[in-house]
Design a protein around this ligand. Structure first.
Ligand code: LLP
Length: 423
């Protein structure tokens, strides 16, 4: 469910016509519905009301501080993977005791920043990282909360670029080796073992990979507890998929009941790190048609948003539904929707039946709330686009459009290049 719908052929976000927003902020821009994403969070969180749990929204999917704030106000923690994401989460007012930190390549300065901030735990991804966290904590006179991110070797049956819980992936510590690493961690004086974590992949549209994972983790938790290691938290990661096109992922309530059933009697606090399922369908990209061009082979619709703004189609060949902002009568045509970037992979839709757009018309690229702005870049020296949040019949610019001056901020021409006689 989302709050993007037509009223008299005009696409609105909640009670706000998108045409009006475009008139005021220009194009392209990201647009989020407050009601949709808040509701998605509440549905997800509420599905686990029966068990002790903490939802840590995954900042990588959408790290705008206004968006983070929506969840933080609902009691959410944040799942981070860098010092920068920690900074964003803190700026948004997160309780540091609700922050979990994953990622295979945490730098010592990032670890220290997290320790000083007092985060709940690090999801540790390698034996060497255990040592580095222990050293950092020792230097700061602190104890670091940790869990080991276990790689359960489960196939999430998703795009190969976003599968993470297979043996061949770089993530986590293999389930066979985990027990021995827990014993090593126990001997390190500045670590406090809090739990166990995993994340099998993203855009997972079936339940079985999650429940298989829990079965595997259950076994190791039992062994660890027998060894006297107190596992208090079980972090299942994120990964629940959404409908972009025709996928039929389980509803969060089905996902929750399957997880609760699989883990009955485990006596731990569950942590979830959802991203996409909360924000994916709560945001769209609004772009304007610059030109249409028919070649011998194809129709092209050239729009003002490119792969630097929404990378997913170029990177994963992913599907985003295309809709007109103002509907009008007319036949559909088969076309490629492409951006202004100088790369052939710069497309938003390929070989798609879409309305016959004209120059100047607005297009909505749907399901762009997750991994949209957060993966955008300045490639081709394009200022990054604004993010706008709608609540009822009001809109708020929650990130301004970058200016040309932002493009060169921090750059410097060395003096010798200013000198005409340099060799
Ligand atoms: N926790 C960890 C440790 C993760 O690595 C991820 C996503 C999540 C949670 C959140 O997963 P979600 O609930 O959003 O599926 N850029 C790709 C997705 C990459 C996901 C990376 N990890 C895309 O646009 O599809």
């Amino acid at each position: 469910m989302h709050d993007f719908h037509y009223v008299d052929d005009e696409l609105c976000c909640e009670g706000m016509p998108i045409l009006k927003i475009a008139g005021e902020v220009g194009t392209p821009f990201y647009l989020y519905s407050y009601r949709t994403i808040k509701n998605h969070f509440k549905v997800f969180d509420g599905a686990f009301a029966g068990i002790s749990h903490l939802v840590c929204f995954s900042a990588k999917s959408n790290a705008n501080i206004a968006i983070l704030k929506i969840f933080i106000r609902e009691g959410s923690g944040v799942d981070i993977v860098s010092g920068g994401e920690l900074y964003r989460a803190l700026q948004a007012g997160v309780d540091p005791g609700k922050v979990v930190y994953s990622g295979v390549g945490k730098r010592a300065d990032e670890i220290e920043y997290a320790l000083k901030s007092g985060i709940l735990m690090f999801n540790v991804e390698s034996p060497q990282e255990l040592e580095v966290i222990n050293d950092c904590a020792g230097r700061l006179g602190k104890k670091a909360g940790i869990s080991l991110r276990v790689n359960p070797d489960v196939d999430p049956r998703t795009h190969r670029h976003i599968a993470t819980g297979l043996r061949e992936n770089k993530f986590g510590i293999s389930i066979e080796r985990a027990r021995e690493e827990y014993h090593r961690a126990e001997k390190l004086p500045h670590l406090d073992i809090k739990g166990i974590s995993c994340h099998i992949g993203s855009q997972v549209t079936e339940i079985a990979p999650f429940t298989d994972t829990i079965e595997r983790l259950k076994k190791i938790i039992r062994l660890l507890r027998k060894d006297g290691i107190n596992i208090r938290y079980l972090d299942i990661g994120g990964g629940l998929g959404i409908t972009y096109d025709r996928e039929t992922p389980p509803h969060p309530s089905e996902y929750a009941s399957a997880i609760m059933k699989a883990s009955a009697g485990m006596d731990c606090t569950f942590i979830f790190e959802p991203g996409r399922v909360i924000v994916g369908n709560g945001g769209i990209l609004v772009t304007r048609v610059l030109y249409t061009k028919a070649t011998e082979d194809k129709n092209f619709v050239i729009v003002d948003a490119g792969m630097n703004d929404l990378l997913r189609p170029a990177l994963y060949d992913s599907y985003h539904h295309i809709q007109p902002v103002v509907k009008r009568e007319g036949q559909e045509i088969m076309a490629d929707v492409v951006g202004p970037i100088c790369e052939s992979s710069d497309y938003l839709a390929k070989g798609r039946m879409i309305p016959r757009f004209e120059r100047g018309e607005l297009m909505a690229v749907m399901s762009a709330g997750a991994y949209g702005f957060s993966m955008s870049s300045n490639y081709n020296a394009r200022p990054r686009i604004p993010e706008v949040l709608v609540r009822n019949d009001q809109f708020y610019v929650i990130r301004k459009r970058e200016e040309y001056a932002d493009l060169v901020r921090g750059e410097e021409i060395p003096n010798f290049l200013m000198n005409e006689t340099v060799a």
